[in-house]
Design a binder for this molecule. Structure first.
Ligand code: FES
Length: 107
């Protein structure tokens, strides 16, 4: 029997038998695309998410290591928090192309 890895993403429990980078699981399996793949090796931070309340790079964490943890992406932040970041980034003109903004917000 295959080992199962269960964790919570944005308040919803998910289980997988595949041990792979959490970033790939979030993007490819759950279709959560806020966490971006900028380098795949823990250097750039575009994939930053929260794991048990701490900022973590999703590309270097695996589904096995995420087992039992509480994961939050930008999509899981409360609406008022997201609106505060939208206002703050807009107010100072920090819009850029948007690719890395979710990682900045979670960091
Ligand atoms: S994709 Fe660059 S740190 Fe994760």
């Amino acid at each position: 029997m295959a080992q199962e890895f269960t964790f919570t993403v944005n308040g919803v429990e998910h289980t997988t038998t595949e041990n792979k980078p959490l970033l790939r699981y979030l993007r490819d399996d759950l279709h959560i695309h806020s966490a971006k793949d900028g380098c795949s090796e823990g250097a750039c931070g575009t994939c930053t998410i929260h794991v048990d309340g701490a900022a973590v790079k999703a590309c270097v964490l695996t589904t096995a290591l995420a087992s039992g943890r509480n994961i939050v992406t930008v999509e899981g932040l409360p609406e008022d928090v997201r609106e505060a970041f939208v206002y703050a980034f807009g107010a100072v003109g920090a819009v850029q192309c948007g690719f890395c903004i979710p990682g900045m917000v979670m960091a």
